[in-house]
Design a protein around this ligand. Structure first.
Ligand SMILES: [Zn+2]
Length: 457
């Protein structure tokens, strides 16, 4: 602004200054654009990036004499991928081990490495579903470390004995815990608790809240069928989120839990394993989303060590997989807006493998177009639910290639709508070889107008 004002006053001298201050431009030529929504790519197009936003998408030549030109060589230009349910801070190997032994340094170092891994896998945005506050985002956005745009949820909010109760077995209610001290998980057993710790999450840098409404399979105290939280408590979480113009994501398995959540105003159903067409109708009426970790439907799930070696977990897994058998078919029959979810808790190397396998299962179950939409534009809609005040990235849309959207861009060999493997899928989960730092077929990764990978030259 300053340079422009001076420019008006001092003519020639100042237009040189204005040119110096002009935002940098990058011009992608000779690309086929997947815009995040449509099966039909925009063929033989050019895309002009100015600063951190997309300025022009056109099938005509774009005149930008000062731009850095990148010849896409007929590759696919896609929005950067969006992960809508990760836990970057949780390194494993188990929740009790982290409660007993992990310090803020362990969590912080793991989160830093996870953030870089996600970016290099093509994910330019990650929503964290519990266990992270605002620090990692500040470091990424300040350019201190490499990582995606980041939407943390603060501490998991959950009831005593529920899916966010990470205290040791003999720990009495309300006792101080490692996860509680670090605001990574909080026990909430009343409307007042939900309000206090919900507000504290936003204070600590959360962009939305995460409420644990159901139990889990490989966790200690909670049946997966648990209906945690009274209607008043869930409504209190929604009310606190609304104070900040944001929303609640709820870990929900049972149908009653999902319906309660939707009726209370929850906008993002996590897992939602009892999904059916009645739920789909209510979701669409309420403008809600679901995120799916499809590895839960992997045929080999009952053989993985964390499940098979613990009799109570194996029993829970068997009853859950019987109840959830209709999930994929119901979702094909009654489609809803669905976000990509990996939900990995473990080493960076293991999560890299799990992400690649989750991509593959998306394509196996739903085909390439739905999977690409899930990985891009639907994720962008989900993170934007954080609203005008809490969204750290409010200047443009995410997950789409259109004028005015953020310049989060991948150049991919081939056409993922015909051969989905080019997005970096993996054929194996447990026992798979370590994966490369970045898929070879993803040739260029741009986030916020800055290039983090380019193997075109
Ligand atoms: Zn999770």
């Amino acid at each position: 602004m300053k340079a422009r004002a001076i420019g008006l006053a001092f003519g020639l001298l100042a237009s040189a200054a204005a040119a110096q201050d002009a935002p940098e431009q990058t011009l992608f030529t000779n690309v086929h654009v997947f815009d995040g929504l449509n099966e039909q790519r925009i063929e033989n197009a050019s895309v002009l990036v100015e600063g951190n936003l997309i300025k022009t998408v056109s099938t005509d030549a774009i005149d930008a004499p000062d731009a850095t030109v990148i010849d896409g060589g007929g590759r696919t230009l896609s929005p950067g991928f969006i992960e809508t349910h990760a836990h970057l801070m949780l390194m494993g190997p188990s929740i009790p081990a982290m409660e007993a032994n992990a310090t803020w340094e362990d969590f912080g170092i793991h989160g830093t490495r996870m953030a870089e891994m996600y970016l290099m896998q093509g994910f330019t945005t990650v929503r964290d579903a519990g266990g992270a506050n605002g620090g990692l985002r500040r470091a990424i956005d300040a350019g201190q470390i490499l990582g995606p745009r980041y939407y943390p949820s603060g501490a998991f909010l959950g009831t005593r004995g529920g899916h966010a109760d990470f205290a040791s077995f003999t720990s009495p209610p309300g006792a101080s815990t490692n996860f509680g001290r670090l605001n990574m998980a909080q026990e909430v057993d009343s409307v007042a608790d939900v309000q206090k710790f919900g507000r504290n999450n936003f204070r600590m840098g959360a962009t939305q809240l995460k409420y644990m409404q159901s139990g889990g399979v490989v966790s200690a105290f909670d049946p997966w069928q648990l209906l945690a939280g009274s209607p008043e408590e869930i409504e209190a979480a929604v009310q606190v989120a609304n104070e900040y113009g944001s929303y609640v994501m709820a870990h929900s398995y049972r149908k009653e839990a999902i319906m309660n959540a939707l009726n209370a105003g929850v906008k993002s159903i996590e897992h939602g394993f009892s999904f059916d067409c009645e739920i789909a109708a209510l979701m669409n009426e309420k403008g809600a989303y679901i995120t799916t970790n499809l590895t839960a439907f992997d045929p080999g799930l009952l053989e993985i060590p964390a499940v098979a070696s613990v009799p109570s977990s194996l029993a829970k897994a068997k009853s859950a997989s019987e109840t959830f058998a209709g999930y994929i078919d119901n979702m094909r029959e009654c489609p809803v807006k669905r976000g990509f979810q990996t939900d990995c808790v473990g080493s960076v190397e293991a999560c890299n493998i799990q992400i690649a396998y989750e991509k593959k299962l998306n394509n196996d179950f739903f085909g390439p177009l739905t999977s690409m939409v899930t990985l891009t534009s639907t994720g962008g809609e989900i993170v934007a639910l954080s609203g005008d005040f809490m969204n750290p990235y409010p200047a443009g849309k995410l997950g789409v290639i259109e004028e005015g959207a953020y310049a989060d861009i991948l150049l991919i060999d081939g056409n993922p709508l015909e051969d989905f493997s080019v997005v970096g899928t993996g054929d194996q989960w447990f026992g798979a070889d370590p994966r490369p730092e970045s898929p070879e077929t993803i040739r260029l990764i741009m986030k916020d107008g800055v290039i983090y990978k380019n193997t075109l030259q």
